[in-house]
Design a protein around this ligand. Structure first.
Ligand code: IPD
Ligand code: CA
Ligand code: CA
Length: 268
């Protein structure tokens, strides 16, 4: 089956939601804490989410939906849309234009269509199963850099400031000392796309969520990259421990993440 029509529908939906986000951009004065003190939700997140869910429910009334702010709407369907209506809320609140709408479609638990759209920079990353990945209609591919020591990496930190959060900084330093450096941009769905389009060679993060990883995972794989958990198994849909690379430095990154020093991360 060719899934591009679903991708195009998701892209159109994300672009319309993106216009709504831009209407709020620079005007957010109120935000609420969620799971932790630094985990925010704003009116922009909720407006974007309502628009996307309404549109999907109108066009595909039988499909299930999993969306960050409202959770599961299970309809016993083989199809499930996985939505982050605003990935990078902290950037958005601070008027940093690195944020995105992320929409993935799963069919029988396999992601088949995906969009990650950054309205702040006019960047639309799309993919459909077996059809490649694109940035604004141009095919994209990861970089050809073969060693960790020549790589630029990207990562993020968990919201909860516990012992794993502390250890995350050791890991950050470790990767920093083995590479050209590490960046932290603050929107996980875009981090996958930056690896997919060759800006970065590798991305790792602990404790992401399904809506952070669903679309980006397909975009990177369709671009020709590689995703896994931190220890070489396939990347969990939960987003618990994500490793995403250009494929060439995968083993080197797995070797660092698998070090006994980081054993604490083996449990959630
Ligand atoms: C967050 C971003 C960030 C990541 C956090 C996510 P949100 O999503 O993707 O890069 O480090 O773990 O929760 O809350 O802005 O949708
Ligand atoms: Ca997110
Ligand atoms: Ca979000």
């Amino acid at each position: 089956m060719n899934w591009w029509n679903h991708t195009l529908f998701a892209q159109q939906t994300a672009m319309e939601a993106g216009d709504m986000l831009l209407d709020y951009f620079g005007k957010i004065t109120k935000y609420k804490g969620k799971s932790a003190a630094h985990d925010f939700v704003t009116e922009a997140d909720l407006t974007s989410e309502k628009f996307i869910i309404d549109k999907i429910s109108t066009v595909f009334p039988d499909h299930s939906i999993l969306s960050e702010e409202s959770g599961f709407d299970l309809k016993g369907s083989d199809y499930c849309w996985v939505i982050d209506p605003l990935d990078g809320t902290t950037n958005f609140v601070h008027e940093v234009p690195v944020f995105a709408i992320s929409i993935g479609l799963k069919y029988k638990n396999e992601t088949v269509a995906a969009v990650v759209y950054n309205p702040g920079q006019g960047q639309s990353y799309t993919a459909a199963l077996n059809e490649g990945a694109r940035l604004n209609d141009h095919l994209i591919h990861p970089s050809n850099i073969k060693t960790l020591s020549e790589s630029l990496l990207i990562s993020g930190f968990p919201y909860l400031h516990d012992d794993k959060w502390e250890l995350s900084f050791d890991l950050f330093k470790d990767f920093y000392s083995r590479s050209h450096g590490v960046r932290r941009f603050g929107a996980a769905s875009l981090d996958f796309c930056y690896v997919a389009s060759g800006l970065f060679e590798g991305f790792w993060e602990f404790n992401l969520k399904p809506w952070d990883v669903c679309a980006g995972n397909l975009i990177l794989k369709e671009a020709g990259g590689y995703t896994s958990d931190w220890f070489g198994a396939s990347m969990p849909d939960s987003g618990d421990r994500v490793l995403a690379t250009n494929g060439k430095i995968q083993k080197e990154m797995e070797n660092v993440l698998g070090n006994e020093r980081y054993a604490l991360f083996r449990s959630i």
